[in-house]
Write a new protein. Structure first.
Length: 559
């Protein structure tokens, strides 16, 4: 027996399988990306609808890991509630079993033709959608060709007494054997980061007679625990609800395997009975020509049925699951908000999905604007309250705004390097313009803060009319900024008429108030030093109005 042959073919076949899964999943995400995002954004609060949505989306993109990572990102971005995300995650577990069902059809003869067609479409197609479809077909072919290569690799093992003895340890003929198989399946899936790959490997070993049906089912149960590691890793550094989504995903998979461990003999018997009667197949462990031709279908059905049963159980007690996930998550929103300058919504895992990545960039831009708006209000009100301690908080917030500008801009540049459409390129330009002008508003707020600090430290006061003018123009600037932030939030492209009114109003107010100041100066109503600071404040408010107008143009898609 050639160990090198076995090792190279098994590992190489597994590599082809994983690469095929990745290529197919990415192609499907590109083909169905916009549709998938719209589906997830409109998920109903109804738990059954959310579960069905998760099933459909995961069946489309052929990756429960991709779906759960997306869910963590969407919850972090505020696009989904915790309840919606957990419902979708339950459905994702069902959707991922489609891969195993496809493998069980044994359409390996189509592998090489699919690779040839997929490569041709990728290399020669002019339309992007056709190239993405080519990636799906190529990935499909590579996946099945990987199965063929793995089968070639493990085939000789059945003639080796040493390996046969080793695999007999993975027989689920006792509680200890079941537990060993579950733990092995979990560890292998954590390493490979793909439950589908572990299921495929299990089917290959079982079809060659190295695993019996109960042992294969126990390994598949372990896969469902191992796949939770992806969502847990994706939740690091995200919001509290994102952590809770990952916790809930881990809980219903682990608890599901726990009660199935108790019911294991009856579950195996039920799957065997149902498959034999539904598909008219012989026993799962029947050997024909040295192989088990039926066992792959039995394993695929066990995988699907476990996840369907588990989803039904936890959908019925979803409120309890959510409460438990909230209790288990030790991360609070206060802990996450300590570093205000750290991006909350940007996730590099979504860069190959521009529609999702751009939505995250928009959410982070809105958050940056909200920080700038809070800082603006705090600084403006400090002149009346004359509280230096509160006023000096602006510096920390201004640094956060500068950091966010750099992070968002860098994220948008990374998106632009992907294969994006013209509309997505325009949105990148609009978001960059928003970010740059919000940062300029932050700079103007900084200048206003420094002027107010100078007035408080030197005990300078504005005249009564000057203070009235200050409050009037600053309130319009705040109103303008809040208006454009709402435009970003709603994606309102019809805001230019109102934006023009507010911009003109601020310009007229500055000219009028400057004239009023000169009159007060001539009549001796106000002193020179606070008056000079007052004119500087008017200039900065006028600049803020200009920057708000620029943001409004970016929201409306003007220029």
């Amino acid at each position: 027996m050639n160990i090198q042959y076995i090792l190279f073919h098994t590992v190489g076949g597994l590599g082809l399988f994983l690469f095929g899964m990745k290529t197919m999943s990415e192609g499907l995400q590109q083909v169905a990306g916009d549709r998938m995002r719209r589906i997830l954004e409109t998920v109903s609060a109804n738990r059954v609808v959310a579960c069905l949505t998760g099933t459909v989306v995961t069946a489309l993109i052929q990756s429960s890991s991709a779906t759960t990572v997306m869910l963590v990102g969407f919850v972090n971005a505020g696009l989904l509630s915790l309840s919606q995300a957990v419902g979708v995650a339950l459905g994702a577990n069902i959707g991922t079993t489609v891969t195993a069902q496809l493998i069980a059809f044994k359409i390996t003869d189509a592998a090489l033709p699919a690779i040839a067609v997929g490569v041709a479409m990728r290399l020669f197609a002019k339309k992007r959608r056709t190239r993405d479809l080519g990636a799906v077909i190529l990935g499909f072919g590579l996946l099945f060709f990987g199965m063929i290569v793995m089968k070639m690799g493990v085939g000789p093992l059945k003639d080796s007494p040493t390996f046969v003895e080793f695999f007999t340890k993975f027989q689920a003929d006792s509680r200890g054997g079941v537990l060993l198989c579950i733990l092995t399946g979990a560890v292998v899936t954590m390493v490979l980061q793909s439950s589908s790959a572990t299921v495929g490997l299990t089917m290959t070993l079982a079809s060659q007679g190295l695993l019996n049906f109960p042992g294969a089912v126990a390994l598949v149960l372990g896969d469902n625990i191992g796949t939770t590691i992806t969502a847990e890793l994706a939740s690091i550094g995200t919001s509290a609800n994102s952590h809770r989504t990952a916790r809930a995903h881990t809980m219903f998979n682990v608890l599901g395997v726990c009660y199935m461990f108790v019911l294991f003999p009856w579950f195996v018997e039920f799957v065997s009975w149902m498959t034999a009667n539904l598909f008219g197949l012989g026993p799962p462990d029947a050997l024909i020509g040295g192989e088990k031709p039926h066992i792959a279908r039995y394993i695929a059905n066990a995988h699907t049925m476990f996840n369907v049963i588990n989803a039904m159980v936890f959908l019925s007690i979803l409120p309890l699951l959510l409460r438990a996930a909230t209790w288990m998550s030790r991360v609070s929103d206060d802990d996450i908000d300590r570093d205000i300058g750290k991006p909350r919504f940007l996730d590099t895992q979504f860069l190959n999905m521009p529609t999702v990545a751009l939505e995250q960039a928009r959410q982070e831009t809105l958050r940056m604007g909200e920080i700038a708006e809070e800082t603006m209000v705090m600084v403006i009100e400090s002149l009346e309250h004359r509280n230096l301690r509160t006023l000096r908080q602006w510096q920390h917030r201004e640094n956060a705004i500068d950091l966010l500008q750099r992070e968002i801009t860098n994220y948008l540049v990374q998106i632009s390097r992907e294969n994006i459409r013209i509309e997505e390129s325009r949105e990148i330009s609009s978001l960059m313009r928003m970010v740059n002008n919000i940062e300029r508003i932050g700079d103007s707020v900084e200048n206003v803060a420094q002027l107010i600090e100078e007035m408080i430290e030197n005990d300078l006061l504005l005249a009564e009319d000057g203070m009235k003018d200050y409050k009037e123009i600053s309130s319009v600037v705040i109103e303008f900024f809040r208006f454009v932030l709402e435009g970003i939030r709603e994606g309102d492209r019809t805001i230019m008429a109102r934006a023009q009114e507010l911009e003109d109003q601020i310009d007229l107010m500055r000219e009028s108030m400057r004239g009023n100041y000169l009159m007060r100066l001539r009549t001796g109503v106000c002193a020179i030093d606070p008056g000079l600071i007052f004119t500087d404040l008017l200039n900065h408010f006028e600049k803020m109005g200009d920057y708000c107008f620029n943001v409004a143009q970016a929201v409306a898609g003007v220029k």
